[in-house]
Ligand binder design. Sequence first.
Ligand code: FMN
Length: 326
Amino acid sequence: MFNYKLICAPMAGVSDHPFRVMARRFGAELCVSEMISSVAMHYEDKKTATLAEIHEDDTPISIQIFGHDPDIMARSAYLLSSGEYKHAKNNRVPEFIDINMGCPVKKIVSSGDGSALMRDSALCEKIITECVKKSLVPVTVKIRAGWDKSSINCTEIAKIAEASGASAITIHARTRSQMYEPSADWSIIKGVKDSVSIPVIGNGDIFCAEDAIKMLDTTGCDGVMVGRGAMGNPFIFEHIKCLIEGKEYTRPSVENRLDIALEQLTMLCQEVGEKIGVCEARKHLAWYTKGMRFGTSARGMINTATSLEDINRIINYLKENSLEHE
Ligand SMILES: Cc1cc2nc3c(=O)[nH]c(=O)nc-3n(C[C@H](O)[C@H](O)[C@H](O)COP(=O)(O)O)c2cc1C
């Protein structure tokens, strides 16, 4: 049912449709949407429908929901998996619904959502059971190691998820209180893998292809999810794939990388409008130009870009001047 090895992580404000298209082009087998509020869906929010929109070139996809009320979560799972959401842009449905039990952000956990759910295993069980019951597609769950180092309970929650009908688990090998520091503890992934029979996706600190291979080898996880390592670097998926298949990998040239950046950011501007698109494009372009010669001066220009033409100009400037730091 769940048979994906290379997965592009959900990242609010980052993993939008153009980002996912590029991740797929370079080998991501499954992409997860930015997290979607079940409560916003309950109030029939229109913007949420845009976040949940499934484009023709963006499958297979998992749509991730967050919240803490089992009925509201299950209703969202149903609406998304049936294509019946009032403001849905089309009738495409995702391959999976993913439940967010890992978000550490204060605003989210203070409402009892995201990783706060891991403090209440009975509630986790209820949410997963209800979502599995109501969803028309398989349900997966994304968790962290636990709330803090004195309450690491990911294996307990993973077992609950399996018993409640989840089809796969993603484990980000950090506690909530660790946020994103220090390094992820991959032994946590192995612990989860050893405790359940459903597929386990390992996540946390894959910044190069070799990291992915190491995670697969040392934890026995069924697949890897890449988040920050794919920012401005969709190429990482192709590199991982080559290493898995024992093929030689050729790193794309600076010019190729800039062409991909331009294509992604042009798509972004077309979808959300130039004004918002350029604001969002700045961070993506900054990631794409990391490590490029003249990248630092380009980033100064990026911060003041206000049009797609400005973005184009910066990319041409880099193409003309940039030689990569090796
Ligand atoms: C900007 C940003 C936004 C994120 N948004 C989400 C989200 O919406 N849902 C989620 O489950 N995780 C979210 N995450 C966590 C990532 O999916 C992933 O678990 C985490 O970044 C660790 O993986 P990495 O080391 O490969 O980045 C987000 C992470 C970042 C950096």
